[in-house]
Design a protein. Sequence first.
Lengths: 483, 486
Amino acid sequence: MKWEIVIGLETHAQLSTASKMFSGASTVFGAAPNTQASGVDIALPGVLPVANRGAVERAIRFGLAVGGEKVINRRSVFARKNYFYPDLPKGYQISQYELPIVKGGEIRILTKSGEKAIRLTRAHLEEDAGKSLHEAFRDSSGIDLNRAGVPLLEIVSEPDMRSAEEAVAYARVLHALVRWIDICDGNMQEGSFRCDANVSVRRPGAPLGTRAEIKNLNSFRFLEHAIEFEAKRQIEILDDGGKIVQETRLYDPDRDETRGMRTKEEAHDYRYFPDPDLLPLEVSEKWIHEIKAKLPELPEAKRKRYGTDFKISPTVAIQLTASRDKAEFFERSARAADIIMFPAAPQDIAFTIVGELAGLLNEAGLEFSESPITSEQLAKLRRRVLDGSISSKSAKEVLAEMWVGKGDPDSIISAKGLKQISDRGEIEKIVDQVLAANAKQVEDYRAGKEKAFNSLVGQVMKATQGKANPAQVNEILKQRLAG
Amino acid sequence: MLNASLNELSAALAQKKISSAELTKLFLDRTARLNAALNAFITVETGKSLAQAHAADERIAKGDAKPLTGIPVAHKDIFVAKGWRTTCGSKMLSNFVSPYDAHVVERFNAAGAVILGKTNMDEFAMGSSSETSFYGPVKNPWNQERVPGGSSGGSTAAVAARMAPAATGTDTGGSIRQPASLSGVSGLKPTYGLVSRYGMIAFASSLDQGGPIAKSAEDLALLLNVMAGFDARDSTSVERAAEDYRRELDRPLAGLRVAVPREHFGGGLAADVGKAIEAALAQLEKLGAKRVSISLPNSGLSVPAYYVIAPAEASSNLSRFDGVRYGHRAKEYRDLADMYFRTRAEGFGAEVRRRILIGTYVLSHGYYDAYYLKAQKIRRLIADDFVAAFKQCDVIVGPTAPTVAFEIGAKAADPVQMYLNDIYTIPANLAGLPAMSIPCGFGKDDLPVGLHIVGNYFSEARMLNLAHQYQKATDWHQREPGGIQR
């Protein structure tokens, strides 16, 4: 019998506030150690936390995006998670435990096997810990508290994923979403978006198996590989009649494997209790409505709309909605297109955006908002292809010119003489001239030599310096030769 | 000058009868003479105090004086003050010099008051006798073999011995009122949230409240005017309009409903204390107050509930004292865990360690519901008792402590006996209500007895009114300890 892999993800998204969760210190990444740690962050005697309104607002934005008003807890409670570690200055982390700010919601993913909803258990606000630095010191460790107190939203999914592919699809949609609603910069190298994967295997229909938690996966590739390795490891153990131990594991990208972390002698008892320094977090209906009103159209809604309005396929729609920038670029281009004359224009534009343009931007490390080619210019270029003014091949050449800043596609087309001859009468005249001058090929063709046709096409193209519309040339030649 | 009220001192300064520097020096000299015997101060910095006094004198000369400008005030060593060593009575912070001011200290500094020094206290405010201080026990100025009460015993002893005209204290379960009672001075714990806790080293955050200690209710009102007020840095600080706590001082007491809880005259109350309280009640009736009887049925549960909640919060609040960033660190250790163990075992005294252990236990997995959650429910019941009671009365009065000051060492070995000293004061902390203690006579061995006054939320002005009217009719608050060299 086959094994089923069961995956749940816990994702830490760093909220994009200027100051920390409970102090006024800056959150900017990369400053010299301990230059962004206030008295609150280093836990001086007597200091007190004050919750960051911007962080709460971002958490509400997330809740609205994944489940609407009903998943926002009007009253949530900050709790202390107590444990000792040098990078945890207070000896406790302020988090939310029994009453998180977001309860429920879902993320919809698309994989080879179709669309699927991944349920969210909860999302709660908490503060990050500092960083222990072991390398640069001899016989001691350094502590950098710049990161201590940075606001995080921990997003916990239900164990609804059944493959590494689904887990990656979920993580990607979530990653796109937090950037979309502007609550997290999504920078995975800097740790702004990182996943812990809970992986277990079971026989289909059986209760959940014992899980291993793989910590701090900060790239989609690592996430995929770690899950694949871990599932394989667990299946091998079970196939051999062994048992899975519940544990925390780390993924080592260099060796592409997961390893158990040194097991602590005793289990942690975090002694959670409501933080008496912070009042319960009450959010008003008015505030929720204000936040909702400012929320941009969500990727999910956009994808649906692209399907109905523009007949864009779900696969392309997902790519177009990878970021707000990209979707907005597409929408501006589609608006600039003449969809009465050319109903397929939006699809054509979409292909160019997710294909050639995305490739160029990616290579240059640019966002869609930084594209040297404007959406209006792109729409115009594709229109010239659709109306037969230029060939698809010439379009590539024009795009390359536009990329280097040569501007308007029409001026590039005329400057480079790329305009096709699509005037039927003119092409007919040239075809007639070519036929008259190539009696032998005409004879050969009529005798059944197909190759002769290509030669005649070549002659017409040569006579027009390659500018004749090839489709029209073909059609007219066939018509004349048949007559 | 040593016996003068704050108003009198303020007038003397304004009329240039004395300068702030002279006044400050007067109290510093007295402190220098008496502190060896009483141990009321942990830190005195003559240079710093006099510098502030000179600045105050300039301010007075410029006509920019406020009511407290130039008046020296002693701060309990739980309030951090920039540039001052702030120990919280512990070895753990014996080397800690604060880089910032507590909100309360900021307020006094802005008012032009002079920091006279940092007063001794039970370690991390955990105690009812000021014996648990790493810096040695505080002696009661009325009898140096007795405790002054605690944990703000350094502040109450300093005011009682006229080493300071006024002082600050904090009250988590009675730590302003019980020592005020045992030391024969006046002390007020405001409504929870009225005085910012920013810079006040946390013991039990949901109970801690700073307040003033002085010789009279009138002085307390003046001090509270400076201390109270919203502070955005404390999320539990209450945002409400500033008020003048002196405004009702002169109101007659006629018609004031004064309630005595039946439960307050139970078995634990010493006869001498009971007698003084009865006499005080009679005096209040003479002043026109109407005596009513009420019941606080759940008040008996307050001590056990308190000794779950306060240690639970303390166990977490004191986790930051780990030897990593500041404060004491063990000299030798094998590894990180050993560094924590040794640092905290060396840095904390026995009572603090006991409460951390209790707090850790009651929050542990499997015990949380039975202890912490249940204690929170009891806390709610106790608060509800008061809500019901205040429908029938304006203030609740009774004894502050069950006995007069006890002998140093008498209860040190029996924590439960020590904890029971706060039986009358703890309910107000659990409910977040304002409460105060004023001298109301003397009991056994000529030791002072305190009258406990509990008011409804934010009724400080009315409570001070009652206390002031009582003090106008009596002179208990003006008595000073004999046997102290002048």
